[in-house]
Design a protein around this ligand. Structure first.
Ligand code: BG6
Length: 490
């Protein structure tokens, strides 16, 4: 299988899921720091306190209370996998695998602990500088997500987070700081992780979200689009080397039946969940179907002429996305719904599902790549893909994970087919290349890594790193630029 010369093989992480050191060196809190662990069936909760000292936990912070870290609660993101103190060892392992690129995010609250300060926290800047320098020591390019589910909690509580237009200037101040500070060290940037998820989440509620929820979600998204576009323009002014991308949660959706109503519903699902965000960020304007989406929920947006100009002048240089699974859409009653975190729709009878009910669908990745390239004609990068599974450490310390190798091999083969069909795919970063805390469930046992980390769901473990079988397999894939990708029989 021929991958283009210089193809960017690597892996991906996010600060809140791996760094730990949540209160070290001046870092402020973000929502993940007050979020407890969950399971596949129990949702993660947030903990809070009232001014009179009463405390509690639930799915949201009630009016009058503020997010608080409470004694006796377990917060898996507080320690993550302690990348903060292990980054040298971890980067050496990534280099041993032959990584060309490493996707990571910056914790906004490490740079601006509250988010509204004018001066950055020097200790935070220093940490990331050290990480970038360490990566360059091995010839690994950093790919940096500027915001990966970690807005400073202070901004949420004192300004209403992304409901407030002021967030645009807090964000651009933050990104300008990063672009200036890391000029020459970082050239690949992503503005917001899975920006489309705000709307997708509402769809996952299966019709339970009311119009007010849609109004709020579309407005938040608009402010993020403007912030992202301004960031692209600022990034280009600061360095012509900067290549700045959008990042879309790419869940492929198929009609469950050939009923024309299902075909239409599925097309509309693509428009709402995938194309809406991609079109604004790649074309610099809202697509025609936006009016239909807004009218369906009586949404009226605060959009200024300046916003429209900003969107137009800040279109992205590349389209990046996550891909784990596909889903289905139907107008018919179904009995067999996928029940996993982040998974939606009726189960597809042609696909296998993971322990977390995520559909294993490599053809869906090829489909997505071809549809998206045809639409935008921009370089594409898959910046998340992988299998969350339970791994067992053998008596001799080995970790055999043929299921992960099979999943990755099939997906890399699908990438090869899309490339052969003309798609300009420039890179692939497998998700959680080193085990980390699951975003959806807070579990450590939902492992994606090629490197195992000794840590369990209750916070026990030594943080020792071990190479899984997939480590050696991926090393070989990279060494041969994708030639040695054969799908093993599990
Ligand atoms: C993506 C997120 O949606 O899915 C990651 O960008 C996340 O942060 C990944 O970890 C996998 O989801 P989960 O719930 O298995 O961690």
């Amino acid at each position: 299988m021929a991958f283009p010369k210089g193809f960017l093989w690597g892996g991906a992480t996010a600060a809140n899921q791996c760094e730990g050191a949540y209160d070290v060196d001046g870092r402020g809190l973000s929502r993940m720091d007050i979020t407890t662990a969950g399971t596949l069936t129990e949702r993660r909760q947030v903990t809070y306190a009232y001014p009179d000292g009463r405390t509690g936990k639930g799915l949201t912070i009630p009016t009058g209370a503020h997010g608080a870290v409470l004694p006796g609660e377990y917060y898996p993101n507080h320690d993550g996998i302690d990348f903060y103190h292990h980054y040298k060892e971890d980067i050496a392992l990534l280099a041993e695998m032959g990584f060309k690129i490493f996707r990571m995010s910056i914790a906004w609250s490490r740079i601006f602990p509250h988010g509204d300060e004018s001066e950055p926290n020097q200790k935070g800047l220093e940490f990331y500088r050290n990480v970038f320098e360490e990566l360059h020591k091995y010839g690994i390019e950093p790919l940096v997500t500027i915001s990966h589910y970690e807005t400073p909690l202070y901004l949420e509580e004192h300004y209403g987070g992304w409901n407030n237009r002021k967030m645009i200037s807090f964000y651009t101040h933050y990104v300008e700081t990063l672009f200036k500070e890391y000029r020459g060290l970082v050239k690949y940037w992503l503005t917001f992780n899975e920006i489309n998820i705000t709307i997708m989440f509402l769809e996952m509620l299966g019709g339970k979200a009311d119009d007010a929820a849609y109004q709020q979600a579309y407005q938040q998204l608009h402010y993020q689009f403007v912030a992202s576009a301004q960031a692209v323009s600022i990034g280009h002014q600061i360095s012509s080397d900067n290549q700045i991308g959008c990042m879309i949660c790419g869940i492929v959706s198929y009609p469950l039946t050939p009923d024309p109503q299902d075909i239409m519903k599925n097309r509309h699902a693509w428009e709402q969940n995938i194309f809406y965000s991609g079109d604004v960020q790649c074309f610099g304007e809202y697509p025609t179907f936006s009016k239909r989406l807004w009218d369906a929920h009586d949404v009226h947006l605060d959009i200024t002429d300046q916003d429209r100009a900003d969107l137009k002048s800040g279109t992205v240089d590349m389209y990046t996305f996550s891909y784990y699974m596909s889903s289905t859409t139907t107008t018919h009653a179904v009995e067999n719904d996928a029940q996993g975190n982040f998974s939606i729709g009726a189960k597809n009878p042609y696909l296998q599902y993971s322990e977390w009910d995520w559909a294993d669908d490599p053809a869906g990745l090829q489909y997505y790549l071809e549809v998206i390239y045809d639409r935008y004609h921009l370089p594409l990068m898959i910046v998340e893909n992988g299998l969350g599974a339970v791994d067992k450490v053998g008596a001799d310390g080995s970790i055999h994970d043929p299921y992960r190798i099979a999943y990755m091999a099939e997906h890399i083969e699908a990438m090869g087919k899309a490339i052969a069909n003309g798609v300009d795919l420039v890179g692939y970063t497998s998700w959680g290349c080193i085990d980390l805390v699951s975003a959806g469930t807070g579990q450590m046992s939902k492992r994606y890594g090629l490197i195992y980390v000794d840590r369990d769901d209750a916070g026990n473990g030594t943080f020792e790193r071990r190479k899984k079988d997939s480590f050696y397999w991926y090393q070989n894939v990279i060494q041969t630029n994708g030639a040695a990708v054969a799908v093993p029989q599990v």
